[in-house]
Structures are given as structure tokens and as C-alpha cells.
Design a protein around this ligand. Sequence first.
Ligand code: APR
Ligand code: ZN
Ligand code: ZN
Length: 361
Amino acid sequence: MPYTVQGVVARGKGEPVSLETVHVPDPGPGEAVVNIQACGVCHTDLHYREGGINDEFPFLLGHEAAGIVEAVGEGVTDVAPGDYVILNWRAVCGQCRACRRGRPWYCFSTHNATQRMTLEDGTPLSPALGIGAFIEKTLVAAGQCTKVDPAAPATAAGLLGCGVMAGIGAAINTGGVTRGDSVAVIGVGGVGGAAVHGAHLAGATKIIAVDIDDRKLAWAKEFGATHTVNSRESDPVEAIRELTGGDGADVVIEAVGRPETYRQAFYARDLAGTVVLVGVPTPEMTIELPLLDVFGRGGSLKSSWYGDCLPSRDFPLLIDLYLQGRLNLDGFVSETIGLGDVEEAFAKMHRGEVLRSVVVL
Ligand code: APR
Ligand code: ZN
Ligand code: ZN
């Protein structure tokens, strides 16, 4: 039987979100319906409701979630009803050129559910990042469900579904941070704070957090930053160089998504070091750099999509580290809220008051 549930919908550009009745079909072949237990509020949800991603309104928002599989469709063997899962927005295909070359975290053909969830009048919804999880039950491709240890509460586990995974992965998977490295992270909100924590987990010995907001810098210390720089007060490139014996950091992670902070990352890095861009720029942004500096400074300039994560590999292992007390996911949960509080959570996010507001169902 299809399901009738309440979900958070963005009906039009810039309009406040509303709680709507949504029809969720039974899972078809390769699909699963998941009972959502918790879902974090991410910038991308706000970008959808502002029309910044595309115009395919109405959107069903929410995509950073954990819950319990309710039902699966034909041919689904990896997950079963009752499984505790984190949802991912990159269900790898196994067949594209990236997957075939053994690099599935770059998969160029990730998939989502084929059926659509609808409003009461039949209008099809566009689920955010192919998930749509500010809702009691959602429909996804079964490959978007990754089983993890149910001992981890959904408020913490769900965060691995997007921002926190992006940050940890930017440091460990993309940046290749390892024992003894010096790392600088520019912009330490939810994503950058997680990059700091990832660097800490990987054994970096110097971790410099840069932000324009002292609250964020104080949180970054809790995640393992050894030094903090308020870049409103001092030049971050000079400060990072000074803190690294004049050389610059081995790995610099940009977690804001702006040209000026990218430039800072570029020049705050040691020769042959690595820059990782995990902040998401907007279409009009451009950057100009002396090509001789790009060549002469060597090393690598990388981008990190979803922390270059492979959900089936990374989610269970990070949950295990959490359960061992080595990964502080709870530190990212600034508040828990209800389905009706998403609009207010956007405002708090905008004012920089939270790392993550998490909707609990
Ligand atoms: N220099 C340093 N820090 C800055 C600057 C700047 N010029 N401008 C903003 N910041 C800081 C903010 O103070 C904030 O702490 O960057 C941080 C951004 O964090 P959040 O707003 O919490 O956003 P987050 O969820 O971490 O996402 C960061 O990654 O996934 C993308 O779309 C996302 O581009 C965004 C970025
Ligand atoms: Zn693929
Ligand atoms: Zn997100």
C-alpha cells in the first residue's frame, strides 16, 4: 500500500517552506522506502528553495538522513526491511567509466528512485539530491541505503549523509592527510569543522582553523584544531606560513566556496602541497592566478565531491569510529528540531549560529 505522510516542501522560488501531505509509492524494482528518524539541515536545501540549483519546483527538501528500511522492491538484496541505514546521494552504478576503472567514488552515473513522490493533487515532487528526507517516509534507490551499526543514534549517523562526510572526506580521501602533516582549513562551519576533525583523525600534527567568526573557531578547537586564525583580524596566508615555520601547510582545505578564500588556500600551501576545494562556488565566480605560480609551486589542486566518499566503505567505518569514541559526530549537532522548524533553522544557519540543526521524527 502506498503511504500518505507529511513532508517539508519548497513550492516556489524564495517562498518559505511548508509542511505538505505527500504520497509515497510502494517501492518498485530496485527501490526502497525508508522510515526517516533524523535529517540534518544543509545549505543545499536552502539553495533549492532559493531556486539556486534548478527550477524544478516543488522540491521535497532534506538529504542528510538516517532511518530504518520499511519496504523494498523487487530484486533488492543488499538491504531488507528493519535495516538501519544512512542515506547517500551517490548510489554508484558499477558500470560507468569511473566504476569500471575501480574508482567508484567518482561514479559519473549515480542513480535515484525511478518513481516519483507526489503532492495530494498528483504534482510530482523533486527530491533534494534525489533523497527528500524531511518527511516521515521517503522513496530512494536501494543503493542509496548504506547499512550501519544501529547502536549509533540517527541524529549523529545522518550527518554522514552529506556535510560531515564531505568535510572528513575532503581531508582524508581527497587531501590524503596523514600522520605528521600540517593542515589548514579555511572556513570552519559544518563542512570545514569536519575537515578539521578528519585531519585530526588521520594524525595531522598541526591543524590550523581559519574563519571570520570566533564561535566557529572555538568549535574547531573541540574538533582538534591546534591553532586558530580569525582572518578578519590577521592575514590568513601570513598567519598560516608563520605557524608552519615560514613554509605553508602540506594540505589546505577551502570550505567556503569563494574566490578570495581559494586564493588564500593556494598561497598558504607549502611547495608541492595540496589544495582541496570542498566549498561550493556559484556560477558567476571566477579566479585569476599567475600561471607561473600554478606551475612553480607544484603539488596538486583538487576538488572534493561529497568528500570523494564511497558510502559502502566509509559510512560503516566512520560509525564504528564514532561508537569507539574516536569520532565526535555529536559535536556537530547544535540543536534538534521538528519538521515544522526547518524555515527557522535556515535563518539560524544564515546567521551562523549553528553547525547543524537536525530534524528528529
Ligand atoms: N574567510 C573565512 N571563513 C569564512 C569566510 C571568509 N571570507 N566567509 C565565510 N566564512 C566561514 C563562515 O563564518 C562559516 O563558519 O565559512 C563557514 C561556512 O560554514 P557554514 O556556513 O556552516 O557552511 P558549511 O555547511 O560548512 O558549508 C561550507 O561547503 O558544502 C559546501 O555549499 C557548502 O559552500 C558551502 C561550504
Ligand atoms: Zn558508475
Ligand atoms: Zn548537503
